[in-house]
Design a protein. Structure first.
Length: 157
């Protein structure tokens, strides 16, 4: 649990540093406009991190995939609601693909939650994957697996 909190803190710090570095170049009006955009991005990042901390702090939290195509919004947590919104946005007219996307993200998030208990867990690689893909959990897992495999292969050099 502490490792995941450290990952989230590192994620926030790295995210802010990465967001700020290009924004501090250019004219004063350009910098001001970029900083306003960054404020919005940081708020979104804080919300995502807050949700993750809430989810990870509940030791008994277990993600259950829906058995029907529609479950009442009030019965699902905020994380699931975000994943449903993402699926609807990605596939606005294709309900089968919405369900597929939602299930794919939920399964990937479950894998994400279990990563710290795996024998070859690498926190640095996970942070980089999260910075790159944010809350697209299937891509976070894909990037993590790809980078972990390459990391293991390069250790013998």
């Amino acid at each position: 649990m502490r490792k995941m909190r450290k990952v989230l803190v590192v994620l926030v710090v790295l995210g802010i540093v990465l967001l700020l570095s290009p924004a501090l170049q250019g004219s004063a009006s350009d910098i001001e406009a970029r900083l306003n955009q960054l404020e919005e991005r940081i708020e979104a990042l804080e919300k995502t991190v807050g949700i993750l901390l809430e989810v990870l702090s509940k030791e008994s939290y277990d993600v259950e995939l829906p058995k029907t195509e529609r479950a009442p919004e009030e019965e699902v947590g905020e994380l699931e609601a975000q994943m449903r919104a993402y699926a609807k946005e990605k596939w606005p007219d294709n309900y089968k693909m919405q369900l597929y996307e939602y299930n794919k993200q939920m399964e990937a998030f479950q894998q994400f939650k279990n990563l710290p208990s795996t024998p070859d867990y690498n926190q640095d690689i996970l942070v980089q994957a999260m910075l790159k893909w944010k809350d697209q959990w299937n891509m976070v897992i894909f990037e993590y697996d790809k980078q972990l495999k390459a990391y293991k292969e390069t250790q013998g050099w």
